[in-house]
Design a protein around this ligand. Structure first.
Ligand SMILES: Nc1nc2c(ncn2[C@@H]2O[C@H](COP(=O)(O)OP(=O)(O)O)[C@@H](O)[C@H]2O)c(=O)[nH]1
Ligand SMILES: [Mg+2]
Length: 436
């Protein structure tokens, strides 16, 4: 946004929305758009419309289709989405007085969190990355891959079928660690969430400590991968962000147990620490920080970052305060040093439940109830006490229960009246504070 356009009452704000697969990005964007269009949020009065797609080469966020599935009978969650898309909204609000109305174009970029986990790789060479990655591969799901890597002679030939086998086993390991163990800190992120289009041959690598020709081939591919990540970060499509929303499904991580929780917390802390806000996420990369940068990158930069725990409708209000505190304790940043304001939230983009007091073993607990997909009756749920800081050993003695697969509530008027949610008002007010 520059000064002149601000003076003319016109500006664009680009907001990155990121989080791992299933964190709730699609639900968030759908609800934000539906609620802004319906003027259903407690924000200053404004007129909102969907912007035409313009000339960008990014796929558009398919708001119409996602809202239609929520408004269907029975309501359905929006489909799984692939990588990157853009949601554009135009806001118009009065200046007050004689000035013409002010226009703000809001662009939300749905950006896979998996890709953010590649940032630390930019400062690591292949040998360092391999050593660190192999050290983290502890679970039995990694056995086949580790067996293969340990069986390779140190001076293995640069044989394409060896590279392909190792790559296939490694990728399969990452997938199983995500789906079976619930791990988050899995690199490279593009192995789990590939970029659109055909996969370039240099993706065919895996971590190994080899010195011979195969080792050199893998290192060269690793460098090509990093180069592609770097190019993308400086491309006008991704490089320029004014705000960032980092979504994380901490309640599911609590359910997945201490190992998965620690890994999710580590991923969140890494991302929070890795992103240095002064100019853009470019500053996250030590080697790039000092390079002369293209002019369009010079000004602005990420000014506000919202870290939000999602699906907070799985716990009652009293617990949501703890959830917010937990996010805050995981992402605590020295604000003065980062130059950006950060804030923690607990949100439910699409609220499926209502709070109620449940008497369990003679004692009242704050629980929730909602309809589970495919069932008629209401299901009650109390997954456990949400800790307000990183849980200690005693916490893990009682299992934090699984989150029921709640169905979204029925939407009157095809969604034109907005979507029931928790916490979006305050989150948007924080992101847009200097505009509203
Ligand atoms: N109860 C509840 N479930 C949610 C909410 N947001 C997302 N979910 C669940 O999480 C799943 C993944 O959400 P989605 O937005 O597709 O995640 P994405 O992969 O980050 O885009 C959904 O299909 C829902 O089952 C929410 O606000 N409340
Ligand atoms: Mg999605």
């Amino acid at each position: 946004m520059n000064f002149l356009s601000a003076l003319l009452g016109q500006s664009t704000l680009r907001i990155g929305v990121t989080g791992l697969a299933r964190a709730g990005k699609t639900a968030f964007l759908t609800s934000v758009a539906a609620n802004l269009l319906a003027a259903a949020l407690a924000l200053r009065p404004m007129r909102v419309r969907l912007a035409p797609s313009g000339a960008t080469s990014l796929p558009r966020f398919d708001f119409g289709r996602h809202l239609a599935s929520l408004a269907a009978d029975p309501p359905a969650w929006p489909d799984r989405t692939g990588a990157v898309s853009l949601l554009s909204l135009e806001l118009e609000f009065g200046h007050g007085g004689l000035l013409p109305p002010r226009r703000l174009s809001l662009e939300f970029l749905d950006y896979p969190g998996e890709w953010l986990l590649d940032l630390p790789m930019l400062g690591q060479d292949y040998a360092a990355w391999s050593a660190a990655t192999l050290r983290r591969l502890q679970a039995p799901q990694a056995r086949d891959f580790l067996g293969f890597v340990q069986g390779l002679p140190a001076r293995a030939p640069a044989d394409e079928s060896l590279a392909a086998t190792g790559h296939r086993l490694y990728r399969e390991t990452l997938r199983r660690l995500r789906d079976e163990v619930g791990l988050s800190f899995l690199q490279p992120g593009r192995f789990l969430m590939p970029a659109p289009g055909p996969e370039p041959p240099w993706t065919g690598f895996f971590p190994a400590t080899l010195s011979g020709p195969l080792g050199e081939l893998l290192a060269a591919r690793y460098d090509a991968y990093r180069e592609a990540v770097r190019r993308e970060l400086v491309s006008p499509l991704f490089g320029r962000l004014d705000r960032l929303v980092v979504l994380v499904d901490l309640l599911s991580a609590l359910h997945a147990g201490p190992v998965a929780y620690a890994d999710a917390a580590n991923a969140l802390t890494e991302v929070a620490a890795g992103l240095r806000w002064q100019r853009s996420w470019l500053d996250a990369i030590p080697v790039l920080r000092d390079l002369p940068l293209p002019a369009w990158l010079g000004a602005g930069g990420i000014r506000r970052v919202a870290f939000a725990a999602t699906k907070a409708d799985h716990v009652a209000e009293r617990q949501r305060g703890n959830l917010t505190a937990l996010v805050r304790s995981l992402t605590r940043l020295p604000e003065a040093a980062s130059g950006a304001a950060t804030q923690a939230f607990a949100i439910a983009a699409i609220r499926c439940t209502e709070d109620f007091v449940w008497t369990l073993e003679g004692r009242p607990v704050s629980a929730v109830r909602g309809r589970v997909i495919g069932e008629e009756r209401m299901t009650r749920s109390y997954p456990g006490e949400v800790p307000d800081r990183s849980p200690d050993a005693a916490f893990w003695e009682h299992r934090f229960l699984a989150l029921p697969a709640f169905e979204p509530r029925r939407l009157p008027a095809g969604g034109r009246a907005g979507v029931s949610q928790i916490g979006l008002d305050t989150l948007l007010a924080f992101l847009l504070e200097d505009f509203l």
